[in-house]
Ligand binder design. Structure first.
Ligand code: HEC
Length: 416
């Protein structure tokens, strides 16, 4: 038995006896005898095995509404969490280990998400009372020049990294590892240890973590939301269920709706940094698929042309006019919505390729360029990051070709 399992069993006993409540308005699903939550035993402010996290308290509300006890299956919330919890079947019982993951991104991915119950953004945390004030990242550069060279603590791939580098702060950054080998230690240590002890002077961390560990430190600290990152970097979180558990997802959404004020009140006690002044990110949505002026095309259409004529042309032909291997897309795109296009290219077809590796990519292209390539089907492109990222650009290009707005050959760009 692993440590986690032992702990979970001990805690389980406590909860079972403590949390039976009278039935709420909602009926549990057929066969459901508990709200079985997958959570991390050492991950405040989200959850811990003393049930002090906001997710613990929100899970208790779900239990209350269904008149069911809340049981936990503990597992460190890291890579492999879903695979080892909500998607894993217990050999002894034949049931999944748990049915509800808390605080997961509010987009469909590994899980089907419920309605989101909190949103946040990265924040900057520093010790107060040292004779300076920090409101934006450029203040860090300013204080470093005029006052003292501030030591910055950052997790790898933090959203603030680019702005820090643009401000010439590269030499002052110490990179921290997000996860250590110890499952009881989470990213809050950048604040509770490194910032409190003076090892660093400014820490960058995800809002809820920043708020919680600054609040719980003996050292006075200030948490500043990174408003300059823009609204695109506000992320929302809900609960997650298995994709097939549609009824469970619906039931949870109803409870979340009914109890939204109570849930907001729980979250509010954790003092997440305010989102009131986050800068509006520039609108990304374009009204039309492409822009063409005097025969010159926008960047997206240009990128689409480039990608098409380095990857897709081997089957669909130069300028998308078709070959004996694959159809003419100029005609096929008539009346095809961008959504339908996306779906077809990324998911519908079956020959699976992964072209991450440049050698395999070249081998693949060489192979399908050969005469006997007729046997090749349209690949599924969803594993190819470059196609995935530029699927909208490919559509812009092909739509422009299909509408007759763009001639054959290499287009000129509007910019540059
Ligand atoms: C290995 C050859 C091959 C490559 C490479 C390829 N395709 Fe295809 N594609 C096909 C074949 C074959 C079909 C026709 C499948 C069918 O009709 O069932 C097809 C169908 C399509 C369709 C659907 C047409 C329709 O009317 O439904 C679209 C859209 C498409 N491809 C786009 C692309 C794009 C974009 C790329 C580059 C990222 C690409 N294809 C690369 C072989 C290929």
């Amino acid at each position: 038995m692993t440590l986690i399992r032992v702990l979970s069993n001990i805690t389980l006993g406590l909860i079972l006896s403590a949390s039976f409540v009278s039935a709420g308005e909602f009926k549990p699903l057929r066969g459901q005898t508990a709200v079985r939550v997958c959570a991390d035993a050492y991950n405040l402010p989200y959850s811990n095995n003393k049930l002090e996290g906001f997710d613990n308290k929100i899970a208790a509300i779900i239990g209350e509404e269904l008149g069911l006890p809340v049981e936990y299956y503990w597992f460190p919330q890291r890579i492999g969490f879903g695979r080892n919890t909500i998607k894993k079947v217990d050999n002894e019982t034949g049931k999944f280990l748990c049915d509800l993951a808390m605080s997961i991104p509010a987009e469909r991915g590994m899980y089907s998400p419920t309605t989101a119950y909190f949103s946040s953004i990265d924040a900057m945390v520093y010790r107060t009372g040292e004779g300076y004030e920090l409101k934006t990242i450029s203040d860090v550069a300013k204080v470093s020049k005029e006052n003292k060279k501030l030591k910055i603590g950052l997790f790898d791939r933090a959203t603030a990294t680019t702005i820090l580098l643009e401000n010439g702060l590269e030499d002052q950054i110490e990179y921290f590892q997000m996860m250590t080998g110890d499952i009881r230690v989470n990213s809050g240590r950048i604040i509770s240890e490194a910032l409190a002890s003076g090892q660093i002077d400014v820490a960058f961390a995800w809002g809820p973590i920043a708020a919680y560990y600054a609040d719980h430190s003996d050292v006075e600290m200030k948490v500043v939301p990174l408003n300059e990152l823009g609204t695109d970097l506000i992320f929302s979180f809900g609960m997650g269920v298995r994709h097939q558990d549609k009824a469970w997802q619906e039931l949870l959404n109803k409870i979340l709706e009914k109890r939204k004020d109570d849930i907001a009140a729980i979250v509010a006690t954790y003092n997440f940094p305010s989102l009131a002044n986050v800068k509006q990110s520039p609108k990304k949505k374009r009204k039309t698929a492409y822009t063409i002026e005097n025969g010159k095309v926008d960047d997206s259409t240009y990128t689409g042309w480039h990608l098409f004529n380095t990857t897709c042309f081997v089957c669909h032909g130069d300028d998308a006019l078709g070959t004996d291997r694959a159809p003419n897309l100029v005609t096929r795109l008539e009346g095809m919505s961008s959504r339908a296009f996306r779906k077809k290219v990324l998911h519908r077809y079956f020959a699976k390729v992964n072209l991450d590796d440049p050698d395999r990519r070249m081998a693949f292209l060489a192979q399908i360029a050969e005469k006997d390539a007729v046997k090749f089907k349209m690949p599924i492109w969803s594993d190819e990051p470059n196609i995935r990222a530029h699927i909208g650009d490919l559509y812009s290009y092909l739509k422009a070709r299909s509408d007759g707005a763009l001639a054959e050959g290499q287009p000129k760009r509007l910019s540059k």
